[in-house]
Design a protein around this ligand. Structure first.
Ligand code: UD1
Ligand code: CA
Length: 416
C-alpha cells in the first residue's frame, strides 16, 4: 500500500438502542471500551491521518482518543453522511484514500482491512465496500446488485421491502473511497428515508448511477464485522472477544480448563504453565507470573500482580495488591490494598479490613509470614517477617518480625 490513507472513525451517535446514558462506543468489551479496539486497529495501519467524529457526550469519548488523532465534532446527529462530512472538514489538504470505520465494529481484524485496502488500491476504483454474507441479516443495510452482479446501492433494513429483506449480503459499514469521489458526492444525499437521516450508504447508488467504479470485498468471517447496537449484541461481541483473548493465552502456554467460564479482561499478562480454573474473573491489567494456579471461583481485580508459583484458590478476592512468589491464598479470603511478600501462607478466611469508612488503608505482610485462619488485619498494619498470627486473631497494630500473636485484639504470645 503505497498511497496515503486517512481514516475517519464515526463515533458521534447516541446509545438509543442500547438504552444507556453511556455513549455506545464507550461500552466495554472484556473490560475495555469498544472504541479502544477500533483505535488500536487504526493505529496498526499507520495511516497518514486519523479523525474521530464525536458528538453525543463527546467530552467523555474524547478521553480515549489518542493524541495523534484529530477530533471533529458533529453538532447535529443527522446521520452517517453528515458525520463523514464533519470528518472530512478535518482533512483539508489531504489527497488520497479515505477509509471510513464505525466505532461500533470492535471485532474487525487488521488482515481484513488490509485486504480491503489492497483491493481498492490495486483496482483503482472509486469506492470499495466490505460486505458479508449473513444467515440472519436483520438490522443491517442490504447490498443491492444489478443484473451484471455489480453493486448498485444499499438499502437500509427499515426502508427495505420484503424482497430486499431477503438479501443475505450486508453492508458492514466499512468503506474505502477516493477522497474526491466521496467529497464531491456527499452533497447529493437526501434524507429520504424512514429515519429522515442523511445516510452515507446512499452515496453508493449515487456513485454507481454516475459511472464511478464501485466494488466490494467479502469478509470471510461474518462474526468479525458484527456491529453492536443492542445489549444482546454487546454480550455476543463480548464472548467472541473473550474467546480471542483466551485462545491467545492458551497459545502462549497458559492452561485454561474451561474457557467458557473464565473471564479474562483485555490487557492481562499471564505467565507460562499457569493454570486458571473455572469460574474465574481476571480484570484489566492484572499480571500473573509463571506456574501459578488461580481459582476456581477467584476474582482478581484491578492493579493485582502475582509472582511466580503463587496459588490463589477458591472464593478469593484480591484488589490493588502485590503478592510475592510461592505465596498461598487458598480458601475464601479478601486481600485489598496489600503488599504481600514471598512464601507467605494466608490461612482460610483471612481478611484485610482495608476500608475505615472514609479511606482505603494499606496492609504489608512480609516474607514467610503465616496468617492463621480467620485472621482479620485492620489496616493500616504491617506484619514482620516470619511472624505468625493465631486463628481468629484481630490485628490492630504492627506485628514485629518473628513473633506469634493471637487474640482479639491480637497480643504477642512468644517469639517464634
Ligand atoms: C449502519 C449502516 C448499515 C450497516 C451497519 C453495519 C448507515 C446509514 N447504515 O447502520 O448499512 O449495515 O451500520 O454495522 O450508515 N454515527 C455518527 N453520527 C450519526 C449517526 C451515526 O457518528 O449521525 C456513528 C455511530 O456512532 C456508529 C456509526 O456511525 O458508530 C453507525 O451508526 P449506527 O446508528 O450504529 O448505524 P446502523 O443502524 O448500525
Ligand atoms: Ca451500528
Amino acid at each position: 500500500m503505497k498511497k496515503e490513507i486517512a481514516v475517519i472513525i464515526l463515533a458521534a451517535g447516541k446509545s438509543t438502542r442500547m438504552k444507556s446514558e453511556l455513549p455506545k462506543v464507550l461500552h466495554p468489551l472484556c473490560g475495555r471500551p469498544m472504541l479502544g479496539y477500533v483505535l488500536d486497529l487504526v493505529a496498526g495501519l499507520k495511516p497518514k491521518q486519523v479523525v474521530a467524529v464525536l458528538g453525543h457526550k463527546h467530552e467523555l469519548v474524547r478521553k480515549i482518543i489518542p493524541k495523534g488523532a484529530k477530533i471533529a465534532i458533529q453538532k447535529k446527529l443527522s446521520g452517517t453522511a453528515e458525520a463523514v462530512k464533519a470528518g472530512l472538514s478535518a482533512l483539508k489538504g489531504f489527497k488520497g484514500t479515505v477509509l471510513v470505520l464505525y466505532g461500533d465494529n470492535p471485532l474487525l481484524k487488521k488482515e481484513t482491512l488490509k485486504k480491503l485496502l489492497d483491493y481498492h488500491l490495486e483496482n483503482n476504483v472509486d469506492t470499495t465496500l466490505l460486505t458479508a454474507k449473513l444467515k440472519k441479516p436483520f438490522g443491517y443495510g442490504r447490498i443491492m446488485r444489478d443484473k451484471y452482479s455489480s453493486i448498485c446501492g444499499i438499502v437500509e433494513e427499515k426502508d427495505a421491502d420484503e424482497v430486499q429483506q431477503d438479501i443475505k449480503e450486508i453492508n458492514t459499514g466499512i468503506m474505502v473511497f477516493k477522497k474526491d469521489s466521496l467529497e464531491g458526492n456527499l452533497k447529493y444525499i437526501r434524507p429520504n428515508n424512514r429515519k429522515k437521516e442523511y445516510y452515507l450508504t446512499d452515496i453508493i447508488e449515487i456513485l454507481a448511477k454516475n459511472d464511478y467504479l464501485v466494488d466490494g470485498v467479502k469478509a470471510e468471517d461474518a462474526q468479525e464485522v458484527l456491529g453492536i447496537n443492542t445489549r444482546a449484541e454487546l454480550a455476543k461481541a463480548n464472548s467472541l472477544m473473550q474467546k480471542t483473548i483466551n485462545d491467545k493465552l492458551m497459545q502462549d502456554g497458559v492452561t485454561i480448563l474451561d474457557p467458557a467460564s473464565t473471564f479474562i479482561n483485555f490487557g492481562t499478562k499471564i505467565g507460562m504453565d499457569t493454570v486458571i480454573y473455572p469460574f474465574t474473573v481476571i480484570e484489566r491489567g492484572v499480571k500473573i507470573g509463571k506456574r501459578c494456579s488461580v481459582g476456581p471461583f477467584a476474582h482478581l481485580r484491578e492493579d493485582v500482580s502475582l509472582g511466580d508459583n503463587v496459588r490463589v484458590g477458591n472464593f478469593i478476592e484480591i484488589v490493588r495488591a502485590k503478592i510475592g512468589a510461592k505465596t498461598l491464598v487458598k480458601h475464601f479470603s479478601y486481600l485489598g490494598d496489600s503488599s504481600v511478600g514471598s512464601s507467605v501462607n494466608i490461612g482460610a478466611g483471612a481478611v484485610t479490613a482495608n476500608f475505615d469508612g472514609l479511606k482505603k488503608n494499606h496492609t504489608v505482610i512480609k516474607d514467610n509470614v503465616n496468617i492463621g485462619s480467620d485472621t482479620v488485619i485492620v489496616a493500616p498494619a504491617k506484619i514482620g517477617k516470619f511472624a505468625v498470627t493465631g486463628a481468629g486473631s484481630v490485628i490492630t497494630k504492627n506485628v514485629p518480625e518473628g513473633v506469634v500473636v493471637a487474640g482479639v485484639p491480637a497480643r504477642i504470645l512468644k517469639k517464634r
